[in-house]
Design a protein around this ligand. Sequence first.
Ligand SMILES: [Zn+2]
Length: 239
Amino acid sequence: MKRFLFQSSIEQDLEEFSIKTSSFLAIALMLSVLTTIAWASEEKSEITGEQSLQMLMEGNARYASGNASHPDQSAERRSELIAGQHPFAIIVGCSDSRIPPELIFDQGLGDIFVIRTAGQVLDDVAIASIEYGVDHLSVPLVVVLGHDSCGAVTAVVKGGEVEGHLGSLVNFIEPAVEQAREMGNESELLDNSIDNNVYNIVDELKASQPILSEKVEKGELLIVGARYHLESGDVEVFE
Ligand SMILES: [Zn+2]
């Protein structure tokens, strides 16, 4: 009986040792995974915001001149991207069907990270999407892209009653229209409102705490405004 107890105690010790060892290994593995994840999210982009903007503008020049090369749309590219995405730019654009960012910047699968809403206005969820692209995918550039004849901005300039959730959209764009009215040039009210709306969104993103403002301060993120011209197909980047 005593022997049995002794034996069982050794077995228990061995079992405990094995549990401790495997727990230790599990914790070590977990720590190493967490360190890798933390390191990955801190990882700096391989290109600068300026280089990223240059790549977009080269793509836009190809598209606007009718020489789009439609890159990165093959089955091979699709396969390459199964392991993960590394887009080089974030486009915050309007939902308008005439301005699909992949087409107007002549890009393909996995190249650009896109957020689109009417009038490219941003609520918390849209800003969170931008933060994800900047912080987790290390994207060095955000382009806020307005465009000629934007229906959302035009609706606010015209004023009047709106239905459903459109009221929220009006509230976002209203300050840009007010600023344009203060500028006093009635014939350019819509154009100025469109540009002011872009500038306001750029300012909002640059000041957005804590992620975006911090990245901008560190020089790791470039946020620029731009406008797409419906007729020429050109994207004009604001100073
Ligand atoms: Zn629009």
